[in-house]
Every structure is written in C-alpha cells, then in structure tokens.
Design a protein around this ligand. Structure first.
Ligand SMILES: C[S@@+](CC[C@H](N)C(=O)[O-])C[C@H]1O[C@@H](n2cnc3c(N)ncnc32)[C@H](O)[C@@H]1O
Length: 324
C-alpha cells in the first residue's frame, strides 16, 4: 500500500479551494481557528511537488500532511475522536492528543495522491496515529534536538512546520541541510515571533494574568526558537541554506483570530461531542462545519488583514536549497 504511493510519479496535489477549507474544518472542527491556519498552510504549499525521497519532520498524527496530499476522510472522522481521558491528565496544559487507542479509526474515502517516505516525531502516540493513514512508508520517533538519524543527502524533499519547537535550532538546520540531496528542497513553514505581539498581551494590566493564562494555555513556552524574519534568514545562511522563495500566508488578522479562538473551551467541547450518540455528533458536526466554513471563508486568503497600517506576517513558507 505504501510502496505504491511512494513509487508513484511526483504529483502536485490538486484540491479545489473550497474543498480545502472544508476538509481541514471537518478534521479540526472543534478548533476552527486551527483549521483555518492549517488550510492556509496547505494552500501556501499548493504548487509544490514532493519529490521522493521525502521526509516530514515533526509530522505529529500526520493528518495535516494526509489532507494536504489530497487524502479524504469519511465526514464523521476527526482528530477529536480519541484523546487523553480526563483521569489520565495531570494538568490543564497536558497535550490531550498525545494518546492513541482503539477508538482512533480514520476511515479513508480517498487515499492521498502521493506518499511520504519518512515521518518523524517526538511522541510515539502521535506516530501510532500517523501509522493508520497509509501515507508514510516509515515512521520514527526522533527528538529534533538530536542529530537526525539519516544518511547525508538522503532526501529530495525535507518538510517541517514545527521548527520553532526545537531548542537546538542551529544544529537542527545544519542537520536538515546535511540530509538534503544537493538538488533537493527544504520546505519550512515558520511561525514568526510577531504572533507573540498579535495577542491581547498588551492589555494584561486590564485583563489580568489569569485571563491571559486561560487564553494562552502555555503555548509560548513550547516555542523556544521563535524569531523574526531577519533572525530566521540569518540562521538559514549560517546553516548553508539559500532562500529560493519566501511566501507570507498568515497575517495579523489571522493571528488575532487564532489567539482567542476556542482553545480554552476545547477540552469541554470535545468531551461533549464524544458523549452524545454517533447520529447527534454527526448531525451537529455537519451544521458546525458548514457554519464555520462560511465564517472563515472571507479569511481564507493569504493576505487579508483588517487592521490599519502594515506589519510583519505571522507565518512564512520558506523554500530553501543548499548554497553552492
Ligand atoms: C503543532 S504540532 C504539528 C504537527 C504536524 N506537523 C501537523 O502539522 O499537524 C508540533 C509537533 O512537533 C512535535 N515536537 C515538539 N517538540 C519536538 C522535538 N523536540 N522533536 C521532534 N518533534 C517535536 C510535537 O510532538 C508535535 O507533533
């Protein structure tokens, strides 16, 4: 199953614009702000082919890459169907997705249009989920703060959308450069430190610490390598990487929507959604997805910004190659 996908010729996945938002909304419905951000991420990558061999570093549960590759789930499947049970949580900042059990059954109605040779992540539970998608040939647990366990020049396509989660950033970039073939490409979707400004932080005095803690749920603490455009670009140069193209695709407006979003109430919404009958869940989910697609549709544009003046983007897709 996997090899047929990885042997297939290189394809650029074709997903209609309205279907893209709908598919991401369906998979991430209880976090519509994440669905919008991921659909924008996928849209930014839409002209790019994934030549083999390819690797998805920090692939997580693989759902993003599966949907981006044109895969389609049955409507009732989403990433909330199996999460860490209440009685196994230590505190409100636990990653509720770091869990995999028998309820996690992604029903695939269309397979992805290409396969990915290798997926890696720090969390074995997420890789167990990724292993149910028929997308990855191999999955390996790996901490990106350590050297990559792959041969020099092993990959034509190296992708990562979670680079700012890595502490040892210079080593990670140098390692990515090492495993990339001389004519290969590195695709990085990088959140900029401007997202830390596109928040309610400047109103802390009026809103209070607890308010901002509830809204944030410890997000920023998991991003040790945030930087601005100039910092990232100098890190790339230091790692021997040249920028072929840089595409901004998340604005201040997107980041502000995402800042508040449904993050604080998501655990309760998930519990509710998973407590009702399958028929009720399915019926309400359909109405919810249709409504949020309509609400997000005007924002499903890489450059929309409702705020006055201009400011830095909140995420950039960098296409990089080794400097000759
Ligand atoms: C925001 S998620 C993105 C996952 C996936 N790429 C996606 O688009 O859905 C960040 C991922 O980075 C992984 N991660 C965090 N720190 C890591 C590290 N030091 N090494 C490898 N993966 C890490 C997490 O386990 C998580 O799956």
């Amino acid at each position: 199953m996997h090899s047929a996908l990885t042997e297939a010729k290189v394809v650029v996945p074709s997903i209609a614009q309205d279907q893209r938002l709908h598919r991401f909304m369906n998979a991430y419905w209880l976090r519509p702000e994440n669905a919008l951000w991921m659909a924008l991420r996928s849209q930014a990558l839409s002209d790019i082919s994934w030549a083999h061999r390819s690797i998805d570093l920090s692939c997580g549960d693989g759902v993003f890459s599966f949907l981006h590759a044109g895969g389609q789930f049955e409507d009732d499947f989403d990433v909330f169907t199996s999460i860490l049970p209440q009685n196994q949580r230590n505190d409100e900042k636990d990653d509720i997705f770091d869990h995999c059990d028998g309820r996690y059954k992604p029903v695939i109605v269309s397979p992805p249009q290409y396969g990915i040779d290798v997926g890696t992540d720090l969390k074995p539970n997420l890789l167990a989920k990724a292993g149910r998608l028929g997308l990855y040939e191999e999955l390996e647990v790996h901490d990106n703060n350590q050297p990559l366990p792959f041969e020099t020049h092993a990959f034509q396509t190296v992708y990562c959308n979670s680079i700012y989660w890595v502490e040892n950033i210079d080593q990670f970039l140098a390692e990515m450069s090492r495993i990339t073939a001389p004519d290969g490409q590195i695709l990085l979707e990088v959140k900029m430190d401007s997202v830390l400004r596109y928040t309610l932080e400047s109103h802390r005095e009026r809103l209070g610490d607890r308010f901002l803690d509830i809204i944030g749920r410890g997000r920023a603490g998991t991003w040790p390598s945030m930087g601005d455009q100039a910092q990232w670009e100098s890190r790339f140069a230091k790692a021997g990487l040249s920028i072929t193209k840089a595409t901004s695709f998340v604005t201040r407006t997107h980041a502000h929507i995402w800042d508040v979003g449904l993050r604080p109430i998501a655990p309760m919404l998930i519990e509710l959604a998973n407590s009702v009958t399958a028929q009720t869940r399915s019926r309400v989910k359909k109405q919810w997805v249709d409504l949020f697609c309509e609400l997000c549709e005007p924002f499903f544009q890489a450059d929309i910004d409702l705020l006055p003046g201009g400011d830095e983007p909140a995420e950039i897709l960098y296409e990089l190659k080794q400097t000759v």
